[in-house]
Design a protein around this ligand. Structure first.
Ligand code: GAL
Length: 381
């Protein structure tokens, strides 16, 4: 009898411990704006990130930022986390690390932002692209970097950084723009003439020989397996969509200008219901602004402004619920189900920036987002 009671007590104890561990340690809801603990209990350090689904698992890559108390301000690289349910993430380590060698462009102190990883079916390799700025030069270099790995979690081998499409004109760049002579020094910065000259390709011409500027970026793999590098170019005034080579490691030279002069950043592209959609932000640095939703029937087509996709209070809509887009994540096994992934930047302590994930809902055939302080997959109809 005593042993029976003992066993019962032991069992009850174990069950209670399990329940408490389960309650404490597992995330059951997305809680945008709050600390999001990984499986070690630390806030997920993967900012400006992107996710790919591979082998029944989601992998989240992002900027690994140092906490404020860490005096060393250099970027360490790109972190990777894995998850089966999108709520609970295991830290897989740094997938790409800065290279401790002053001869390398990826040396400590350089800036690595908005990393994205895609899988190449032909080469069976994982390809990472990221916004790269050189040490001590602020955001001047406007490069994009590429790295390669056989394993999804890395280590990724840094290949090089470059400005895309040197010596080639965009597909949608008329002859008269190519031959125009107007230059920055002829115009007052920000004036109507300047804006018009920007729309008419002043910066494309300026950067023709050395390659186009590439700052905020994302990658998009189309239905046919072709991959595109999408970046804020032309002094952040115009987006450019550039086709990547079959191995995803270089630019083919086929590219278009999208929404010239409209100052879009933080592009996030997805395909649903027979159309391409893009969320983007305006250009206010770390401060949030109103999101813009664009759509096009063709990827290399006419992108049209649909409007602000936020459905909140006036203040929430003005700041995209205090966030900036980084990706619209397709959910496996659910049709037309997507999650808006955004960053609520904390420039004084970038590691503490919060993840703003919200379910994408549909209104008259267009995606919209609303605020939910707690939500889970049941919200994705
Ligand atoms: C934002 C951009 C971020 C970061 C920041 C720096 O506009 O989206 O990725 O570059 O500027 O000020």
């Amino acid at each position: 009898m005593v042993t029976y009671l003992k066993k019962l007590l032991l069992l009850t104890g174990t069950v209670l411990t399990c329940i408490s561990v389960y309650c404490q340690d597992l995330n059951h809801y997305f809680k945008p704006g709050q600390i999001w603990p990984d499986t070690r209990g630390r806030h997920i350090n993967a900012h400006g990130g992107g996710i790919i689904y591979y082998n029944n698992t989601y992998y989240w890559f992002g900027e690994y930022r140092l906490p404020r108390y860490d005096k060393d301000k250099s970027h360490y690289g790109v972190s990777c986390y894995s998850s089966k349910d999108l709520l609970n993430w295991k830290y897989e380590g740094l997938a790409l690390k800065v290279i401790d060698d002053t001869a390398s462009q990826l040396n400590p102190g350089c800036i690595i932002e908005r990393p994205k990883v895609i899988y190449n079916n032909k080469t069976r390799k994982f390809v990472m692209w990221f916004h790269h700025e050189l040490k001590g030069e602020g955001y001047k270099a406007a490069l994009t970097g590429v790295a390669l790995s056989d394993n999804i979690t890395g280590p990724y081998k840094y290949i090089r950084s470059l400005r895309p499409n040197a010596g080639v004109w965009p597909v949608n760049f008329p002859e008269e723009y190519r031959n125009a002579k107007v230059k920055e020094s002829d115009l007052k910065n920000g004036s109507e003439e300047w804006k018009r000259a920007v729309r008419e390709g002043m910066f494309v011409r300026r950067d023709f020989a050395g390659g186009q500027m590439s700052r905020d970026m994302t990658l998009f793999v189309d239905k046919d397996g072709k991959a595109y590098h999408v970046h804020a170019s032309e002094e952040n005034m115009t987006l450019q969509f550039s086709e990547l080579t079959d191995d995803y490691l270089d630019f083919t030279g086929r590219y278009i200008r999208v929404l010239p002069g409209d100052s879009n950043e933080a592009p996030a592209i997805f395909y649903a219901r027979g159309r391409y959609f893009m969320f983007a932000s305006g250009t206010t640095g770390w401060k949030p602004n109103a999101a813009r939703l664009y759509s096009s029937k063709k990827f290399f087509g006419e992108w049209k402004l649909i409007g602000n996709p936020c459905r909140g209070t006036e203040d929430e809509n003005k700041t995209t619920f205090n966030s900036q887009s980084t990706m619209i994540l397709p959910i496996q096994g659910k049709k037309n189900a997507f999650i808006y992934m955004g960053d609520r930047w904390n420039p004084d302590n970038l590691a503490d920036s919060r993840h703003i994930w919200l379910p994408v809902e549909w209104e008259n055939g267009y995606p919209v987002i609303k605020w939910y302080p707690n939500w889970n997959m049941n919200n994705l109809k």
